[in-house]
Ligand binder design. Structure first.
Ligand SMILES: CC(C)(COP(=O)(O)OP(=O)(O)OC[C@H]1O[C@@H](n2cnc3c(N)ncnc32)[C@H](O)[C@@H]1OP(=O)(O)O)[C@@H](O)C(=O)NCCC(=O)NCCS
Length: 163
């Protein structure tokens, strides 16, 4: 399907994984770190698609694991651009697990990640604007703007407490 260049839909990523024994913990469910890695990869691909540049993960907001995903299940990780700022962008990720054969879906996690775009010399780069053409995308954008301020305050407080 053709999407408008620069829209959230144009850079959306859907990554599908089969849970193999190497992905699991001693309970035969997916190891949390594996999910975190898949979330970061799907989000980085999405951010890179939008920016058309290298990106680095600047921060990841709280990640809650709401339901286990078992060995042999299929995992779908969906990432989309929520909001674009000057040099950074917020990516929203949804992780769902699917039972094999029945395809019953279990929502497992949601995550919000911020990426920063880089120039070839590794300095931080501006990010192309996000083309919004629906009320829903506008709402998502407005909410992300509020989260950005909170996140940067948290970083500032963290740096202050370490100095
Ligand atoms: C992320 C990084 C590039 C930010 O560097 P910096 O010197 O703080 O950059 P700047 O102050 O110029 O800020 C650049 C952008 O990052 C945003 N930013 C910086 N730290 C952030 C954080 N912790 N969370 C969210 N956004 C952040 C700023 O708001 C700014 O975006 P804006 O212009 O849209 O407002 C730098 O800290 C870094 O390289 N960190 C390591 C990244 C990494 O290795 N990630 C893991 C592997 S990919």
């Amino acid at each position: 399907m053709n999407f408008i260049e620069g829209s959230p839909q144009a850079s959306e990523v859907t990554m599908t994984q089969l849970v193999l024994p190497s992905h699991t913990n001693n309970l035969d469910t997916v190891f949390g770190g594996t999910i975190m890695s898949w979330v970061d990869i799907a989000a980085a691909i999405c951010a890179g698609r939008h920016c058309k540049k290298d990106v680095v993960t600047a921060s990841i907001d709280a990640l809650h694991f709401l339901a286990p995903i078992h060995k042999g299940w299929v995992v779908e990780i969906k990432a989309r651009v929520n909001f674009v700022s000057n040099k950074s962008l917020e990516i929203g990720v949804i992780v769902d697990g699917f039972e094999p054969r029945t395809n019953i879906k279990h929502h497992t996690a949601s995550a919000l990640l911020t990426f920063v775009a880089l120039n070839e010399d590794k300095t931080t780069s501006s990010v192309p604007p996000l083309v919004i053409d629906s009320d829903e995308d506008k709402r998502i954008c407005d909410e992300a703007l509020k989260r950005k301020a909170y996140r940067l305050t948290q970083k500032k407080n963290l740096l202050k407490s370490r100095s």
